[in-house]
Each structure stands twice: as C-alpha cells, then as structure tokens.
Design a protein around this ligand. Structure first.
Ligand SMILES: CCCCCCCCCCCCCC(=O)SCCNC(=O)CCNC(=O)[C@H](O)C(C)(C)COP(=O)(O)OP(=O)(O)OC[C@H]1O[C@@H](n2cnc3c(N)ncnc32)[C@H](O)[C@@H]1OP(=O)(O)O
Length: 556
C-alpha cells in the first residue's frame, strides 16, 4: 500500500535556497515574495493556510539543503559521500533545530550520527529520502522489533539462504487474545459485512491514518475501497482487529490482514498481507502498535500462517526492498493550488498546464475496459509476466476478478479501473492489460479543494515483455501508460502515481512523472530473503532500468 503520502520534490526551490544561503539569490527567480505565489489580499483563510504550509515546507527543505551542502564533502551531490563527516558546533545546532530527534542520538553516540551522515548523499537529504530512511535507531533501540523474527539492519544486505527465520510450534500459540494492554480499552473483532462497522473503520482512518511530513495531506481511503481491500478472496473476519474504548465503544485502533500466496524467488509462501495499522492520535507513543502487531501475529499463527508481507514509509528492521514514488500531474493547476506541486523557477503556470496536457482519446488499437469474461486471459498473461519478478503474488482467477473487475456491489463508488487490449489481427487475443485504483487524499484545512483525487498504477502485463526486446517493451509500455494517463484524466483524477516496481522505470521519465519525496519499504515477517531490487539506484535515488524485475507486488 502507499504507506507514505509522497509529494513531488521541488528541486528548483532547494537550489534557490542554497544560492540564497550563499548570497546569490535570483531576485526574479522562484521566490516566496513573487506575486505568483503570495496569497491575494482578502484570500480565504484556507488559501492563506495552504500558502503558509507551502511556505513552511519550502523553508524547511531550503534549510536542509543548505545544511547538507555545508556538511557533506564537495562533489557528493549525486553520489554517496565517502569521507567521514565531522560536524562543527554551528552545524550541530542547525541540524538539531531541523531534527530534534537527532540530538538525543548524537548525545548518545556522536560517531554513529556522523557515520550515518557520511553515508548520505545531498540527493538523499534533498529528496527527503534521508529524513525518513535515516536509521538513527539501531537494532538495540528498536525495543519491539529486536524481539521479532525479522532481519537485523546489519544483516540486511548479506547473502543468505532464503527461508523462515523461526519455526513456530502451533501447540504453543495461545488460542485466545490476552486482555488488552491498557485499562479502559478492549479488543474487538470487526464485522465488515456490517455497514456501520465498515463506516467506523473509515472514520478512524480518515482522521488518523498516514499523513505527509508537513501534515498537509492525509490518505482518505473510501469505504468502498476498504470494503474491496479488506474482503479479498479468502478474507477472515478475525483478521479485522479493532480496539475500542470500553465505555464509549469508540473504535480507537485497527490492524488488518488478508491471506495471499506470495512467491519469493523460488519459494511460495502462504502469507498474510498486513495493512491499515492505525492508532487514534490521542493514543500515540504508548507502545500500543506492538500490542496490535502481536495480536495479528497470534491470529495468523492460529491459522497456520507463519509469514507476512507489509509495507511502510518508515524504516524498520529491515526492508527486503525499497521503491520510490513518482507523480504525474493530470490537473497541474489544482495540484499547485493545494501546495502539492511547485511552480519550477523559470516556468509559468500556463507553461506547466501545457506541459501536462493530454489528448482526449487513447491511441492503442483494441483498447477497451476489462470485463468478467476477460478474467482467464488476464490471469494467464499476468501470471506469465509476474513469474519474471523476484517477488510476486500468485493470483487465482477469483483474485484477478476481485482485484481488477469493477463490481458495484463491492464498490458502490468505483475504485479500480482496468483495460485490456484485444488484438483483432490475432483473433481477438488479449495482448496487454493495465489497471489503476483510486485513492483520495484529504487536503488538510482546505475548503476550496478538500481532496486530491489520485490514481495509483496497479497491475499490468504485456506480451511484449516476453519478446526479450527491451526497446520494444519500453515503447509498448510508454504507449499503454500514455493511454492510462488519458483515461485517468477522463475519469477526473488530479494526479497519477506510480512506484519504481515492475518495469515502471521504462516509462516514468518519458511520461513526465516527477520523483516524489516518499519511498515505500517492503518487509517480510519471519522470512529471510536476499535483497530484492526496487527499481531505484540506492546512491542517486533515481529510477533505474538496470534494477527492475525485483518487486512485483503492488500493495494498496
Ligand atoms: C505471520 C504474521 C505476522 C503478522 C505481523 C507482521 C508485521 C506487521 C507490522 C505492521 C505493518 C503495518 C503496515 C501499515 O499499516 S503501515 C501504516 C502505518 N500507519 C500509519 O502510519 C498511520 C498513522 N500512524 C499511526 O497510526 C501510528 O503512528 C502507528 C500505529 C503507525 C504507530 O503507533 P505509535 O506511533 O503510537 O507507536 P507506538 O508507541 O505504539 O509503538 C512504537 C513501536 O511501533 C513501531 N512502529 C511504528 N510505526 C510502525 C509501522 N508503520 N509498522 C510497524 N511498526 C511500527 C516502532 O518502530 C516502535 O517499535 P520499536 O522501534 O521500538 O521496535
């Protein structure tokens, strides 16, 4: 799942900040005081709030970049710095002001922090990757995760024999949940066939789920979406776990799992896919997340499921892979107005709008919406395509129907859009398909634009992948993705998001996707695996065609 609300990186604004810091600011450049950006007199409080948030965000990025430039050795802008970093007193003060959490780490072990900085590139720091990827917490500080069957950071890149970390004895798995850890709260198994309970999960997530670093956007999974995501084939009620306040009955926390068959290289695992972990904001930092995780683990073990897959924007011990988010504007003006997209220096609003303009119609001959009758052909194509990835779900035809064919009964509000290409020259054979799903984000405190409607690229496959001709594959995927953008625009989406998984690096740049500041870490529970490529160069954080073919799992 997109566990991170990623926003595009404003490379130019940070460049300007460095110039400013060096006394070279371009007065005509992309500056907060320029008329284009300042809220007009009499602007609504929301517009002012959004503008203030944008300003705050730019300022923070500017400071980080200026500081990075001063700390890191010259020439490390696009590659990992190798020389050790020594912080001056001023740099320390600046660094701790920007990131107070680092202060305690530094006091405990200055060398460790300096070592961590020496491993980063300015690109890391600029794009925000470092902020969330930095591991100032070593294994010993992960009080919960150090007790779990997951790889340690120090072992993450070492070659290993792939397999379970721990053998679970079913006889030793408690059959009942322990009493909830905090008095006044209790476990509840949610019944998501009940509209009211589905709505409660929706409400909890809408107000308390994942936000971006600056708290400008928060994921807003619709109740249709949750109904689709949480009731996938084989779903179990007892894997929809809630915590309620005993007196008010209010739902204050949630975690869920669905069963999946996951192939990691040559081994297929009966797994759970854990998602939608959420704790009410007022109950944060009380060590309740480990309690929820242990309970979902127990309930999986009870079913004889001893492995799990999950994703998170934050760095935990230890990812099996990391992908990066990319964003393609469909409605640039709105994205600009809500503070999602920057106006690059030297450009104008008109030029930006023109840059992202799309034709009204698709171009691929034979392209049409997918129907239930296409399920077997799509399954066949998808299976063959995913077999080329190191890690992928093994889909059944029931799962393909569930995940790809829009069903009004499951989703009164449409969540997934899927298209197939039927080749008339090959007797109507389905040669390609692609899909995307809708996940809105709330624009916090904005009444003019309360939400951003984002399309996320989901699964796709093409016969061209089997020709062995990478140039042809690139060309075909560009054609298909261009049509996906056209269709998403027609369906009124504001932005199209994609990760660097599957063969996405082949089209991201050509289709005008911009790099986001978010990444998605993939984790396996109780399974040791060699690192899986995530389509990014770890040094430059750029999408990398030479690192494709690893991650084939698209999580919601
Ligand atoms: C075989 C079956 C196995 C099944 C289980 C497989 C594992 C599944 C794992 C779950 C996959 C979930 C996939 C998703 O849904 S990822 C989406 C997570 N949700 C959000 O980000 C929504 C907004 N945030 C919140 O609701 C809270 O901040 C959460 C609930 C995230 C943490 O609450 P809180 O902020 O109040 O913290 P705490 O004091 O209770 O607990 C602190 C401990 O929790 C560790 N922590 C923090 N965030 C995460 C995280 N996202 N995954 C795993 N662990 C996390 C943290 O490192 C620390 O442990 P340690 O560092 O000391 O060791």
């Amino acid at each position: 799942m997109p566990q991170e609300v990623s926003v595009p990186v404003d490379e130019q604004a940070t460049e300007d900040a460095v110039k400013e810091a060096l006394g070279q600011a371009d007065p005509a450049g992309h500056d907060e005081s320029s008329g284009d950006e300042a809220p007009a007199d009499g602007a609504s409080p929301d517009a002012v709030a959004t503008e203030a948030a944008k300003k705050k965000k730019r300022k923070k990025r500017s400071k980080v970049k200026a500081l990075a430039e001063s700390i890191l050795p010259a020439g490390s802008s696009s590659s990992t710095a190798e020389k050790p970093v020594r912080l001056t007193e001023t740099q320390k003060q600046q660094l701790f002001a920007l990131n107070p959490a680092l202060k305690a780490d530094y006091e405990e072990d200055p060398q460790k922090v300096e070592q961590m900085l020496s491993k980063l590139s300015i690109a890391d720091i600029l794009t925000g990757m470092a902020a969330s990827q930095r591991n100032t917490k070593d294994m010993a500080s992960h009080k919960f995760w150090q007790t779990q069957p997951v790889p340690k950071f120090e072992d993450a890149m070492k070659p290993v024999e792939e397999g379970p970390i721990k053998v679970i004895d079913p006889a030793r798995v408690p059959k009942e949940a322990p009493p909830f850890a905090v008095q006044g709260f209790e476990w509840d198994t949610l019944d998501l066939t009940d509209e009211g309970q589905l709505q409660e999960v929706y409400e909890l997530l809408t107000h308390h789920y994942v936000e971006d670093d600056e708290a400008m956007f928060r994921f807003n999974y619709s109740s249709s979406f949750l109904n689709w995501a949480l009731k996938a084939p084989g779903w179990r009620k007892d894997w929809h776990i809630g915590v309620r306040a005993t007196t008010s009955r209010r739902l204050v926390a949630f975690i869920s799992g669905i069963p999946v068959s996951l192939r990691v290289r040559k081994n297929t695992l009966s797994c759970s896919e854990i998602n939608f972990l959420c704790i009410h904001k007022k109950l944060r930092s009380k060590r309740l997340a480990p309690v929820l995780i242990q309970e979902v683990t127990r309930r999986c073990y009870v079913q004889g499921v001893y492995q799990a897959i999950y994703t998170a924007g934050i760095l935990l011990p230890a990812p099996v892979s990391t992908c990066r988010y990319f964003h393609r504007s469909l409605n640039w003006e709105k994205l600009y107005e809500v503070g999602f997209s920057p106006l690059p220096a030297g450009s104008t609003k008109q030029r930006q709008i023109a840059r992202y303009k799309l034709p009204k119609e698709t171009e691929t001959p034979g392209l049409r919406p997918m129907e239930t009758k296409d399920v077997d052909a799509v399954l066949d194509l998808l299976k063959r395509y995913l077999s080329r990835m190191d890690m992928a779900q093994e889909f059944s035809s029931e799962e393909v129907a569930h995940w790809l064919v829009h069903d009004e009964k499951i989703c009164p509000e449409q969540v997934v859009w899927s298209y197939v290409v039927e080749d008339a020259n090959q007797g109507g054979k389905l040669t390609d398909f692609f899909s995307f799903y809708c996940l809105e984000s709330t624009v916090i405190g904005n009444t003019k634009h309360p939400t951003i409607r984002a399309a996320y690229l989901f699964y796709y496959a093409t016969e061209t992948a089997f020709t062995g001709d990478q140039k042809a594959l690139k060309e075909r995927l560009n054609g298909l993705m261009h049509d996906a953008l056209v269709l998403a625009k027609k369906a009124n989406f504001d932005v199209f998001n994609a990760l660097t998984l599957l063969h996405n690096p082949l089209f991201l740049e050509d289709q005008k996707f911009g790099a986001g500041d978010g990444q998605l870490n993939y984790y396996l529970y109780n399974y040791r695996a060699n690192y899986i490529q995530g389509g990014v160069d770890p040094k430059t954080n750029k999408a990398d065609e030479s690192r494709m073919g690893g991650v084939g799992v698209v999580m919601l």
